[in-house]
Design a protein around this ligand. Structure first.
Ligand code: IPD
Ligand code: CA
Ligand code: CA
Ligand code: CA
Length: 269
């Protein structure tokens, strides 16, 4: 079947916009906050509510499509055949709870393992990072330019300090060394927005030692459209059904950074 991706994207944006309104409204009410894998891994009733809202709309309009979400949807899915929506209902739940700021809804649509649509909606800043495969990436109405090179000395790297705290290696190509050599490091607490920031050049790179497909699937589509490179630490395409390390960067910088993280297998929590 030949999908009209522009139409699918328009419909998806309408649902995401509605979901964004629900999130904004919820900030005025008291939230039910639970923990998942550890005391710092938060989930709220809004994470579930938004994921259900989106999956119900998808199932109704596109009954042949499948859905994978962080909280509940599609945990049984073991193949990338067909059309799959990969959803993070709130990326940056800790920010949502503590800051009421810097969180996103991330939606990717893939077909037979290839990213077709990427939408990252930065809710409180009302910024839409969107892309359709082969059609460029956009920030709101503005097409994003194709990436130009910078070297590590001039680069701003998105990186969570916790990964640094875990590093035991002291050799020259360590993460510590990478941080020292870069111009500066930032940490926003939302992988989806950080990947969108690489796509639009606000960050030159984003590094994460353990992410899930819903954190990066939409970002992959955006980054490809802006000529950025995104792989795991072994320079392979990130998988869409399991966790992965992630290195996203401008083309030449990606190669330079790879040598710093290549030997890292990732960290466990
Ligand atoms: C998390 C955020 C965070 C990243 C974590 C993710 P969540 O997603 O993207 O920035 O460091 O690894 O799990 O749980 O807020 O959707
Ligand atoms: Ca989570
Ligand atoms: Ca996430
Ligand atoms: Ca989430």
């Amino acid at each position: 079947m030949n999908e009209n991706w522009q139409e699918v994207k328009n419909v998806a944006e309408k649902w995401v916009e509605e979901a964004g309104k629900m999130l904004k409204e919820s900030l005025h009410e008291s939230l039910d906050i639970q923990t998942k894998s550890n005391p710092n891994d938060l989930v709220t009733e809004m994470d579930y509510k938004i994921e259900r809202f989106l999956t119900e709309h998808i199932e109704k309009r596109y009954p042949q499509h499948k859905t994978i979400g962080e909280e509940e949807a599609g945990q049984h899915i073991g193949s990338t055949d067909g059309v799959i929506w990969i959803i993070d209902p709130i990326d940056g739940t800790t920010n949502f709870v503590h800051q009421k700021y810097n969180f996103a809804i991330s939606v990717a649509v893939i077909k037979d393992g290839v990213g077709k649509i990427g939408i990252i909606y930065n809710v409180m800043q009302d910024e839409w990072f969107t892309a359709i495969e082969g059609d460029g990436a956009y920030l709101n109405e503005k097409k994003l330019p194709v990436a130009t090179p910078v070297n590590l000395r001039q680069a701003i790297i998105g990186l969570n300090g916790r990964w640094l705290a875990r590093e035991k290696q002291t050799d020259e190509k360590s993460l510590h060394e990478l941080v020292r050599k870069s111009r500066s490091v930032r940490s926003y607490g939302t992988a989806a927005i950080e990947l969108a920031f690489v796509a639009c050049g606000r960050l030159d790179s984003y590094i994460n030692f353990r992410l899930s497909p819903w954190d990066y699937a939409a970002g992959l589509v955006l980054l490809k459209e802006t000529g950025m490179v995104v792989t795991d630490f072994q320079s392979q395409n990130p998988p869409l059904l399991q966790q992965s390390t992630i290195l996203a960067a401008r083309p030449e910088l990606h190669e330079e950074l790879l040598s710093y993280v290549y030997n890292h297998k990732g960290f466990d929590y």
